[in-house]
Design a protein around this ligand. Structure first.
Ligand code: ADP
Ligand code: MG
Length: 238
């Protein structure tokens, strides 16, 4: 079954088209990585799925239902940003619970979900702290926690680790992979980092200039790149 389907998706900003007809079926429960050089359209594509950008042409289906015009909060998706986007004046706990309470989840249900996310992410000692009192990795964990509490249909990550140093990036990669195993949720993860793509993905989608150049399982792409761009980008032997 497909969690998300893109059919001939296009995006223009003014007169300039940046996504030129993307077709893709995102299978339920799989970890997808959208990879490609800076400016190829990864964020734009993800933001259209999330509902943060209008779709210029084509159809977006979530669970088989056309969602082009459904508002972001009603798509059942949760996005994690590179910049964390935490509320500076709120504690860790409040950052996680705020969005849920706003959308009408009861106080008790919210508390249970936050406690679950805190447990999964091992944030117990930090729940009363404000973002300024956290390290980069801890802030990113809180941002992921805020996605977890929503019990989303799918998680969308836009370069969530690119502000972290190399060592922490490796550790967070492992944590996100473990989260995927534990929850079994569909995840789409955007990065320009080939190593992240190769190590994290069930499926890699290589984007170039607003088009899907090739997609498939990491080893398939590595062993059978369809062209030099994919080979070069994935790091296949020539
Ligand atoms: P990536 O995330 O792969 O680096 P983006 O999706 O951010 O790429 O950008 C894809 C293309 O769309 C780029 O050429 C970028 O300049 C353009 N673009 C993105 N957002 C806007 C915008 N709000 N207005 C105009 N052009 C944009
Ligand atoms: Mg981007």
């Amino acid at each position: 079954m497909n969690a998300i389907e893109l059919k001939g998706i296009r995006k223009s900003f003014g007169a300039s088209e940046v996504i030129h007809g993307v077709d893709l079926a995102v299978e339920e429960g799989k970890f997808y990585v959208f990879v490609g050089p800076s400016g190829c359209g990864k964020s734009t594509l993800l933001r259209m799925i999330a509902g943060l950008e209008d779709i210029t042409g084509g159809d977006l289906l979530i669970d088989g239902k056309r969602c082009n015009d459904i508002e972001p909060a009603r798509r059942g998706l949760a996005m994690v940003f590179q910049t964390y986007a935490l509320y500076p004046h709120m504690s860790v706990e409040q950052n996680m619970s705020f969005g849920l309470r706003m959308t009408g989840t009861s106080k008790q249900e919210t508390a249970e979900r936050v406690a679950e996310a805190v447990r999964i992410l091992q944030l117990e000692p930090l729940v009363k702290r404000k973002p300024a009192q956290l390290s980069g990795g801890q802030r990113q964990r809180v941002a992921i926690g805020r996605a977890i509490v929503r019990h989303p249909r799918a998680f969308l990550f836009d370069e969530p680790l690119s502000n972290l140093d190399a060592e922490l990036r490796v550790q967070m990669r492992v944590e996100i992979a473990q989260l995927h195993e534990r929850l079994g949720s569909t995840m789409i993860y955007v990065t320009h980092d080939q190593v992240e793509a190769m190590t994290m993905a069930d499926r890699i989608v290589v984007l170039r200039d607003g088009r899907v150049e090739q997609h498939g399982e990491p080893l398939d792409l590595y062993n059978h790149p369809e062209n030099r761009f994919v080979a070069g980008f994935i790091g296949s032997p020539k």
